[in-house]
Design a binder for this molecule. Structure first.
Ligand code: NAP
Length: 488
């Protein structure tokens, strides 16, 4: 990746101070980097609450977008997502705008920071897919009382994040990558990450690979976190377990992250804007400082990065200056005193902490073509038609069946909230006014075309309100849909 070099030979970085405690944390990191003399220059830009208040619904103004296009590297403070104005999170917008598809969240036991896990040598990284999954935020009210959020997972997205996890493991000399999914329940979406992981893992024979179900992963992280090295997972799972992992080593004040894409990288703490501490000069800036260490390595400034990492660890080891989240806010040092202590320790080497022998991260080269999977055969065998109806399944079923009497399709079943309710299999389902009608071809070798589908929808629409339709497709003879609970 090439960087923007200023006239005086420095690497230019876009700095977004952020909201709440953001400016205090970012200011601390900038002071420390400047004290190392690293050849980095800053271009300050804004996003988040102040921008929402100007009526810019994305929370990210064009000057900020232009700056990021130019510098391709961002150090940012947390951005608040206000309730009541502004449409989407400005954080998510930034990640999506610049396709930073991988979120790397390392945690490691810190010297001098006592936790129930002290002495167990926690040193792990969550590699979280950063743009897909439920975080695409594609939501609809299907009926006034039933909401839906689409969980979109692509083969391309999976391949990128899996390869990034393995490449990251290599760059840090790590030994294993665990893939954590809920593929036992969401066989197609979460299952796609598992299948992609299992296909790609053999290309990295130097790294041990294994799969773990995400809920057990959460359990194991609390029980025996030292067994993990790198964990790759989908967006929502990663969001949750990375807050958990930060708590294992001292809390959100200690958890840095890097959002990595092919063109742009954004470095920020895992934590948010913690508004109750804003402007009080009491918070722990370590997470943003460590994010800036990740940024310096990304910029190829390995020496400055190691210097800051060592100075931070020496400060924690000495234990003379510690923030309120570690020792209690009545006894804690100020954010500025803590920052000064780190600056005064620059050049010292920690005795208890070993800085890794980092190699530059090789970004995976995955095709930019929108089409990544091309089946040899495909066939539409029916549709799931979602209808809004106050009728009981025993009334709705016969009504749909009678409409389809003289058509090439039949009603296979109706499910309500995912459970088959017609024909009844005896389930005690508390039904709502949204039903999925699974309609399939009568002749099991036949195929449906779009005109037939539209005719069937129009026919059912003469009697029932429909709101959503999904084709039932087979790719290479394999069903591209799952069964309802209880469906045969
Ligand atoms: P939060 O800001 O992360 O704060 C949650 C709690 O974590 C704080 O109350 C505090 O715990 C602790 N904490 C966080 N950062 C700390 C630090 N640097 N030093 C010491 N303690 C720290 O989460 P939130 O209150 O749920 O979210 C607030 C806002 O931030 C929301 O608008 C949210 O959307 C936004 N947010 C932004 C990002 C981002 O920009 N990437 C990420 C997450 C959330 P105690 O109360 O126990 O002291």
């Amino acid at each position: 990746m090439s960087f923007h070099i200023t006239e005086d030979g420095k690497k230019l970085v876009t700095v977004i101070p952020g909201d709440g405690i953001g400016p205090e944390c970012v200011h601390a990191a900038l002071r420390i980097i400047e004290a190392t003399g690293a050849p980095v220059a800053w271009e300050e830009r804004y996003a988040g609450e102040s921008i929402f208040k100007q009526g810019i619904a994305s929370g990210v103004p064009s000057e900020t977008i232009e700056s990021v296009h130019k510098t391709r590297v961002v150090l940012k403070g947390p951005l608040g997502t206000p309730v009541g104005y502004g449409e989407k999170s400005a954080n998510v917008t930034l990640r999506k705008l610049f396709e930073t598809y991988g979120n790397i969240r390392p945690v490691r036991e810190f010297p001098g920071v006592k936790t129930p896990y002290s002495g167990r040598g926690i040193d792990l990284v969550v590699v979280r897919e950063n743009v897909e999954d439920l975080y695409a935020g594609i939501e609809h009210m299907q009926t006034p009382g039933v909401a839906q959020c689409l969980k979109l997972i692509s083969r391309k997205g999976c391949e990128k994040i899996v390869r990034l996890a393995f490449e990251f493991a290599r760059s840090e000399g790590r030994k294993s990558v665990a893939c954590a999914t809920k593929s036992n329940i969401m066989k197609l979406t979460e299952g796609m990450l598992k299948r992609t992981f299992e296909e790609i893992a053999p290309e990295y024979p130097d790294i041990e690979s294994w799969h773990i179900i995400i809920d057990n992963c959460a359990h194991q992280l609390v029980k025996k976190p030292e067994q993990f090295d790198v964990i790759v997972t989908t967006n929502m799972n990663g969001d949750i377990i990375s807050d958990l992992t930060s708590a294992l080593v001292g809390g959100l004040g200690f958890a840095p992250s890097a959002n990595i894409g092919n063109d742009v990288a954004i470095f920020e703490a895992v934590h948010g804007s913690a508004p109750k501490y804003a402007g009080k000069n009491v918070i722990n800036p370590t997470a943003v400082i460590l994010s800036s260490v990740l940024m310096l390595r990304h910029l190829g400034e390995f020496e400055a990065a190691s210097q800051i990492e060592n100075a931070l660890m020496v400060t924690l080891e000495e234990g003379k200056v510690r923030t309120g989240d570690v020792v209690g806010y009545d006894k804690g040092s100020s954010t500025t005193d803590y920052t000064d202590a780190i600056i005064s320790n620059l050049g010292k080497k920690s005795e208890k902490w070993t800085v890794r022998d980092y190699k530059p991260l090789q970004l995976p080269q995955v095709t930019s073509s929108p089409v990544m999977v091309t089946p040899k055969t495909r066939r539409v065998i029916g549709m799931d038609l979602f209808v809004e109806s106050p009728l009981l399944p025993s009334e709705l079923g016969p009504s749909i069946e009678s409409l389809l009497d003289n058509s090439p399709v039949r009603l296979k079943m109706i499910s309500n909230r995912g459970t088959k309710v017609y024909p009844s299999m005896g389930a005690i389902t508390d039904c709502v006014d949204q039903s999925r009608c699974r309609i399939v071809v009568r002749d099991e070798n036949a195929e449906l075309n779009d005109k037939q589908i539209l005719d069937i929808v129009a026919l059912i629409g003469t009697r029932h309100k429909w709101e959503h339709i999904e084709k039932l497709q087979e790719f290479d003879g394999v069903a591209g849909y799952t069964k309802a609970q209880g469906e045969d």
